[in-house]
Design a binder for this molecule. Structure first.
Ligand code: FDA
Length: 393
């Protein structure tokens, strides 16, 4: 049986970063992953350019049963620490929007950097390896795998969540947590497009490809970014963001005129161009294709502006500014960027990510119940949680 100080299961963002930190402290570290090709999510992230952190990352950008849990790790290993590392490796990057930092060239540079950090410190990496059994021993843990048996003092579970099974996602981490008696909170897909009920889809599917500036609101949380109509439903950053706050059966309220006083503008047009049709007036603010469909969908009367009496123009503006939609569901883990829920943070130390009841057992990254917004926050959690565990394993 080969012995290591630390075994990390999962060679994703959190696992590789933690392994490098631990090995740089002189620990003998083995990383195991069941995937043929590692770093799949890193390579796919940010449209191939990896949105590796966010300049404004703060605890408020994370969802968790315990919103305070992420504070310690985020403050001990910050976005600026990771940005400094990226700069050390001469990886060129830029801010796309809202503090989101992307590689100029390719996400490959981030994966290469993580592998180089591991390599430099002597981390051993084996994949594809199937971990068949994990047991507690007197001094730590023993593992039975498709590559033989191993033991270690510290076992770090960095196997991520359930999103994108074709990139190697599995419930492994939740099963290990349950095996050792840790509570696992229900999981669901987050940062995921909405699907629509047939009556909405039959009209809105025609808009596939149309993108609008909007706010999306649910549970008093609101995001102002773009929404995108797709042939299956609704996507785009504002929709992905709000999907993490949405529960099945609930409504989402969209304001399709978040920066413009639509009523004021329509009233002005009514005075200046009374014979203009509503559709022509709306085409000033929206793509023509959208206006045609929206008039049918919101059951508006496409008549000259002068014929809108009393509160009728208010009702038009309201239709666009307070569009209440009940999504049918989400596209689920097949396309979700993250998994909400997971290993209950009440079971873990916020300083080290170690289990409170099973000494030597650690959970880092997405497998636990800490989920970031869209925009580099999830990688920052992988780095911060991986780093703090890496100092003590
Ligand atoms: P991650 O999922 O990265 O790694 C888990 C590893 O464990 C994988 O290598 C997997 O193969 C392995 N594993 C799983 N089960 C196993 C088992 N049974 N045995 C052995 N190994 C096992 N975030 C962000 O901040 N910016 C971005 O730009 C994006 N973009 C993005 C795009 C897409 C398409 C997705 C799906 C996700 C993102 N994300 C993102 C989210 C981000 O990728 C995610 O939160 C982190 O990768 C989580 O890092 P972890 O290391 O925790 O898990």
């Amino acid at each position: 049986m080969a012995s290591y100080d630390v075994i990390v299961i999962g060679a994703g963002a959190a696992g590789l970063f933690c392994a490098a930190q631990a090995a740089q402290r002189g620990r003998r570290v083995l990383v195991l992953d069941h995937a043929k090709r590692i770093g799949g999510k890193i390579l796919m992230s940010g449209g191939g350019r990896c949105n590796f952190t966010n300049m404004y990352a703060a605890p408020e950008n994370y969802l968790s049963g315990n919103p305070h849990f992420c504070k310690s790790a985020l403050s001990r290993y910050t976005q600026w620490d990771f940005i400094a590392l990226v700069a050390d490796y001469d990886i060129a990057y830029h801010e796309k929007t809202l503090g989101q930092l992307f590689c100029d060239d390719s996400a490959k540079a981030i994966l290469k950097m993580l592998l180089s950090e591991c390599d430099k410190a002597g981390v051993q990496l084996r994949h594809p390896v199937e971990v068949r059994q994990t047991e507690k021993t007197d001094n730590g843990f023993s593992l039975i795998t498709s590559h033989g048996d191993f033991d270690c003092q510290s076992l770090v579970i960095a196997s991520g969540g359930l999103s994108i099974p074709k990139l190697g996602a599995s419930p492994f981490g939740y099963k290990v947590a349950e095996q050792f008696g840790l509570n696992v909170l229900p999981t669901r897909a987050g940062l995921v497009p909405f699907t629509l009920h047939e009556q909405d889809k039959s009209v809105l599917a025609e808009l596939s490809g149309v993108s609008l500036d909007a706010t999306a609101e649910c549970h008093h949380t609101s995001f102002h970014e773009n929404i995108l109509f797709t042939h299956r439903g609704l996507s785009g950053p504002a929709v992905l963001q709000i999907s993490s706050y949405w529960q099945p059966g609930e409504n989402v309220v969209f304001n399709l005129s978040p920066s413009e006083d639509l009523l004021g503008s329509l009233e002005q047009q009514q005075q200046q161009h009374p014979d203009v049709l509503l559709s022509t007036a709306l085409a000033k603010y929206y793509p023509k294709r959208f206006v045609q469909v929206a008039i049918d969908y919101f059951v508006l009367n496409n008549k000259p502006l002068k014929q809108f009496k009393g509160r009728q123009l208010h009702q038009v503006a309201e239709a666009f500014e307070q569009w209440v939609l009940k999504p049918n569901g989400t596209e689920g883990y097949r396309t979700a960027e993250v998994t909400l829920g997971g290993v209950d943070t009440d079971e873990l130390s916020s300083k080290t990510m170690e289990s409170k009841n099973v000494p030597g057992l650690y959970f880092i990254g997405e497998v636990m119940d800490v989920t970031g917004w869209l925009g580099g926050y999830n990688f920052q959690w992988a780095w911060s949680s991986g780093w703090v565990a890496g100092q003590v394993v």
